[in-house]
Design a protein around this ligand. Structure first.
Ligand SMILES: [Zn+2]
Length: 300
């Protein structure tokens, strides 16, 4: 018998991070789910985050990946930014159209942080989404944070900014400083939906366990969508591997330096040891000698 959960693009090993998209309720519902355990483990490795920051950044990356699903062109990018007054101070995540993402928190470590508390770590602030999809101007939307819990904040953004009623459920499960599971799902109503569809989804959402509970029980993202939607007509559309991937390079760092301007570059070149620059997303270091700085200045 054919595997009912098979869809083009799934990784061979379903325990690897991946994204899956489906439609249900006669096409009036679009549903996406993603496993991000490896992504969040990488973020923890790069940034040495304390438990609440791991949970906040993990949820933020998961939500960012979920809403990046409608980017189509190879060069499309989406940048999500939270600016907040909680101890994490802020987070930035960049996704491309192939489900690669990279992210960093402003403050990686909260003192005395033992039991993850995302809302306390984030507090109040704003959520900004910038989509560069090849138009003359990038699309930019911003909302106030609703609760700082990330899921509610993205739900609010999708309603306020994109007029799409959505359920966004996110989870990061940690055990003894290790990310055991991470992932989430986004279920959206499509134009033409009825009140019955709304009622149906609300009843399904009531008491539905955490996403990471199902991952811990061995369910795949596609199976979790199936459990949530409870619709025999569910139609899996596509899937894709997901990973933390930084795209930094010395060349890209150079353009950042050039943007500082001639005077600043001249000043930096006066230090005969040169300068070290560091990528905020993955901590890779790039060294520039005084000669290289002068060359950047003169070629600019
Ligand atoms: Zn990097």
């Amino acid at each position: 018998m054919a595997d009912p959960y098979f869809v083009e693009g799934l990784p061979e090993d379903l325990n690897e991070d991946h994204f899956v998209k489906a439609t249900a309720l006669d096409g009036y519902v679009k549903a996406c789910a993603v496993r991000t355990t490896g992504v969040v483990r990488d973020a923890l490795k790069y940034h040495g985050t304390s438990p609440s920051v791991t949970a906040a950044l993990g949820r933020f990356m998961t939500a960012s990946l979920l809403i990046s699903e409608n980017m189509k062109n190879e060069d499309d990018t989406q940048t999500t930014i939270i600016k907040c007054d909680g101890p994490v101070r802020g987070m930035t995540c960049v996704c491309d159209s192939s489900f690669h993402c990279r992210a960093y928190p402003v403050n990686n470590c909260i003192e005395g942080d033992e039991v993850p508390n995302v809302k306390a770590a984030v507090g109040t602030g704003t959520l900004t989404i910038i989509r560069d999809i090849g138009l003359r101007e990038p699309y930019c939307g911003q909302v106030e944070l609703k609760t700082g819990g990330i899921g509610e904040d993205f739900t609010y953004y999708l309603m306020a900014s994109e007029q799409t009623p959505s359920i966004v459920a996110l989870g990061v499960l940690q055990e003894n400083g290790v990310v055991k599971h991470a992932g989430g799902m986004m279920v959206q109503l499509m134009p033409g939906y009825s009140d019955r569809d709304v009622d149906y989804l609300e009843s399904r959402a009531k008491g539905f366990p955490d996403f990471t509970y199902f991952l811990d029980e061995g369910f795949t993202p596609a199976q979790i969508l199936d459990l949530f939607l409870g619709d025999p007509g569910i139609n899996y559309l596509e899937a894709s591997p997901v990973s933390f991937k930084c795209t930094c390079s010395k060349e890209k760092m150079s353009s950042g330096l050039v943007a500082l301007g001639r005077n600043e570059l001249t000043e930096l070149a006066e230090d005969d040891k040169g300068i070290d620059t560091e990528c905020r997303f993955c901590n890779s270091k790039y060294h520039f000698t005084p000669e290289e700085l002068i060359k950047l200045r003169d070629d600019a």
